[in-house]
Design a protein around this ligand. Sequence first.
Ligand code: HEC
Ligand code: HEC
Length: 367
Amino acid sequence: MSICAKRFTQSSFLFLALMGFNSLSAVSFAADAEAGKSTFNQCAGCHAVGPDAAHRFGPQLNGLTTRGAGAASGYDYSNALLKRVNEGLSWDDKSLDAYLAAPLSNMPGTKMAYPGLQSADDRANVIAYLKTLNPDGTIVGEVVEKVEVIKSDDSKERPLAIDVPIPEHGILHLGRVALAEEISAWDIDIRPDGQGLPSGQGSVLDGGELYDAQCASCHGVFGEGEGRWPILAGGQDSLTDERPEKTVGSYWPYLSTVYDYIRRAMPFGNTRSLSDDDVYALTAYLLYLNDMVDESFELTDQNFLDIRLPNEENFIPDSRSEESWFAATTEPCMNDCIEGVAEVIQRARVLDVTPDEDNDAQNGSLD
Ligand code: HEC
Ligand code: HEC
């Protein structure tokens, strides 16, 4: 138990108390959908459910037992799963129980890189919970008030690029000028000096809840990495080992990289779904998992630059351009470098930079 002690904060204590209450009310049922709903937190990093559920790393799981195995439209299943579907797999209590107990040995080659649920009760409960979900994501037997979505008048659809007249700019007439919104949606990088950091804040405690629900299924409850998913914590003092463990705590140079990376790329399969405050909270929690702050810490845009990662000073500017071998002899030309109008002198099709399978392999040749 000692490894767990660190995480038993006030909020997990409350959680335990609630669990106790729940199981009291559930003793007489074989499978408890309500308990299954909290077990489903372990799945939620990869699987969405509910009316707006989209595919994440795994398919959304609405109406699983009625829609059939491998049948969520628009999801790219593994060949292993599709093969089993061809052989007649359908999802019922028994087949789900076997799959969820040990996905990777039950279905070698499945994309569900998840160790499985060891407890038969947990499996029965989570299956009972999945069966309460209609194909449209509503709960079986629950009356939902229809809310009419009113589209505001100014929500004019933006024209597709193909319908927009091509502006006159340059000989190749490429595209159109990007809108300010398009640029700001794309321009989200954050620099080590804090430039680009949105205002906001998030605490270790909030980050812990988000992490358990959305990250732990891949990165492990303590950041130790499930299976072969990346490790996010530990590895301090291992950088000179033969097999260094490079984590946010041991290796990464700047906290801005952590914030930027999570905001841009995580959770895997459902990127750009986190709010700025969520990302502050998760970044704070990763500092906590790496023993750099305590559990009462809150990260904000104000104290962000005070945090320095331990390995920062081992990242040095690449100054080789100052050495004579690399030094540029003249200033590089940055504008109007060619006189006259640009001319197309070669076409990629003809240029043929793709090496042929056999004889061309080592020389991306210019025919
Ligand atoms: C690490 C991510 C991950 C986690 C965690 C995870 N799954 Fe999956 N799951 C997947 C992926 C990916 C697939 C697609 C499998 C394939 O194509 O081989 C999948 C497939 C499934 C399927 C089959 C869906 C279908 O349409 O046929 C079920 C059922 C399922 N998962 C249930 C669960 C449950 C219940 C849990 C939690 C106890 C869980 N999964 C946890 C990634 C995950
Ligand atoms: C479905 C599995 C999955 C989930 C869920 C997930 N990640 Fe990841 N994460 C990955 C993979 C895969 C990579 C490596 C991606 C790559 O190298 O291109 C990664 C990389 C990372 C890294 C960089 C690690 C390194 O050292 O390079 C961080 C930080 C990270 N994830 C944070 C998070 C956070 C925070 C969440 C929850 C909001 C999350 N991840 C949810 C799969 C996942």
